[in-house]
Design a protein around this ligand. Structure first.
Ligand code: SF4
Length: 291
């Protein structure tokens, strides 16, 4: 990977209508992400702004985001109040607790703005970083907040391999426990469901056992979603580091594979009393016709 580039930018808008399932608004305090996960779909979305830069090597810090959020909320106040505010999601094209958050605190300040505004809609924060626990004091001031961790494995070697610079999985599990112990609602986002590493009944059961042990009572599952750019980037990496895994990734786009996997998940979920995000496994795009 190339040299890291941190750009301080003035955003034009930060409280954006969301196209994501389950959320009405989205806030991205940053553009880009230094965690550089090999399967990251945001790498494709970000390309129009950074066409020549490698994903994971740059970060735009929206330095005016908190101030802008305050203005946008004030402007929308009447509409928000008549529509029960709507749910807010942090974030769709970055991780809101990427390491630079420790320095710039853009996410923290945005949460403070939402707390001061007495935002009544649900606020979901999804991250791979235990840095979120530094904001437990602010999270406690929000009316409805839930913190989700992306959990794709229980093995630090696997998380280091595919989520190259993200905090290891054991640190994420500890953070989930800390949030739960501080009465913050938590969930786990099991996505992408990795082939080879996690797609067996035994592995999924182990994962769910661990999550329940640290107080998680809601899980989201998402199939792997390889857009052309994401696939090219991932496969280039696999070819170099572990070519034997490519056939496992190749099969994830077939209907048979997905149906089999969903049966495994449903079986593993039985009797656990866990809430399932959106009530189903998420697809991002249509599958090809049955092969
Ligand atoms: S943490 Fe999320 S946004 Fe960042 S690289 Fe990984 S998948 Fe992409």
């Amino acid at each position: 990977m190339g040299e890291l580039k941190i750009n301080l930018i003035q955003a034009k808008s930060v409280f954006i209508k969301s196209g994501l399932p389950g959320s009405d608004w989205v806030i991205n305090p940053y553009n880009g992400c230094l965690f550089g996960c090999m399967y990251c779909y945001a790498a494709q979305i970000a390309r129009w702004k950074h066409p020549n830069e490698e994903w994971g090597t740059y970060l735009d810090v929206k330095i005016n985001a908190p101030e802008l959020l305050k203005k946008e909320l004030t402007k929308l106040e009447k509409r928000l109040k008549t529509k029960n505010f709507g749910s807010v999601f942090f974030s769709s094209v970055t991780d809101p607790y990427v390491g630079m958050e420790a320095k710039y605190q853009i996410t923290r300040k945005c949460l403070e703005v939402l707390a001061d505004f007495r935002y009544e809609g649900s606020i979901g924060i999804q991250t791979k970083s235990p840095l979120v626990t530094k904001d437990i004091d602010v999270l406690k001031k929000l009316k409805k907040v839930s913190v989700g961790f992306t959990v794709t494995t229980l093995d630090d070697k696997v998380s280091r391999f595919l989520e190259v610079k993200a905090p290891p999985i054991t640190a994420r599990i500890d953070a989930l426990k800390k949030l739960h112990n501080n009465t913050i609602s938590t969930y786990a986002f099991i996505g992408p469901i990795l082939p080879y590493f996690i797609n067996t009944e035994q592995k999924i059961n182990e994962l769910l056992n661990k999550l329940q042990e640290v107080g998680v009572n809601e899980v989201w599952f998402e199939h792997i979603n390889l857009s052309p750019i994401t696939k090219a980037r991932l496969y280039q990496y696999l070819k170099k580091e572990a070519p034997e895994l490519i056939p496992y990734f190749n099969q994830t786009d077939t209907k048979d594979y997905r149906e089999k996997l969903e049966k495994i998940i449903q079986k593993a979920l039985k009797g656990r009393g866990l809430k399932i995000g959106l009530g189903k496994v998420i697809y991002h795009r249509k599958l090809p016709k049955k092969k």
